[in-house]
Ligand binder design. Sequence first.
Ligand SMILES: [Zn+2]
Length: 308
Amino acid sequence: MTELTIIMYHYVRPIIGSEFPGIKGLEIEGFKRQLDFLESNYSIVSSEQVIDKIINNKALPSKACWLTFDDGYKDHYQYVLPELVKRNLSGAFFPPRVAIQENEMLDVNSIHHILSSSNDINKLVDDLKNLCLKLGISGDKIHEYYKKYGVANRFDKAETKFFKRMLQYVLPEQMRKEILSILFKKVVGISEAELSSKLYMSVDEVQKLVSSGMYVGSHGSMHYRLDSIDFQKQKDDILSSLEFLEEVGAPTSNWIMCYPYGAYNYATLSLLREQGASIGVTIEVRKANLGIDHPFKLPRLDTNDFPQ
Ligand SMILES: [Zn+2]
């Protein structure tokens, strides 16, 4: 059994004093301190080494640690890449095609920015309910949704949970997009299009990650929750993400899948097999045990689980 610590990163940037100080992410200085910690306590391995272990059972060093970066943020090009290159390290990057090629905001990021730009969740919930009414959802239905989805957990209070869930998956896709774009403009003060070009890497920047020796893998094309769409839609989404990988010069054999929201089902796993993937990473929170864990279901820890 080989233990592998896989760490997941999202935003890595100067946050205090920035345009979006309410965004929950990792300060670049914290990232550097974390790399110092990891370099002295672990062996940071490349994606190629992990693939070689999975495919050819080539041994990994003890206390192996693998760095993964989700969602294609410009942070990864601007701050992470130079730091990794300086330290002669390599990481795995998973940009969703739509954010890079079409410059479209991912719903999850629009929601983060709306919530972090507002300090009145009750007002946001009122706005959301009013927009739902306007778009034809009945008052009774909204009430029913609130009872079902407005349930607090250890991270969010009931109102926040309701807001997130309604806009993540409860409402129909077109309606979610419409409401998000109205609320975004109103609360964040700029359009989604304006932010997306600042938030995500360009195609050129993703190509530079590849040419700088970083690994770039699939995070889907549309950033769908794959377990919520049918086989054909999953297949189209995965194939389109592989075309994107080819365009940026990233490998498409023995490739790596990073499931958006960590969500997959049997159809996803059979598609991965059919399309020649070698590894799938999830958001189950623990260290991976290679040889025991299924290579398509590798768990990951979060940057917040380590000193920063
Ligand atoms: Zn994602």
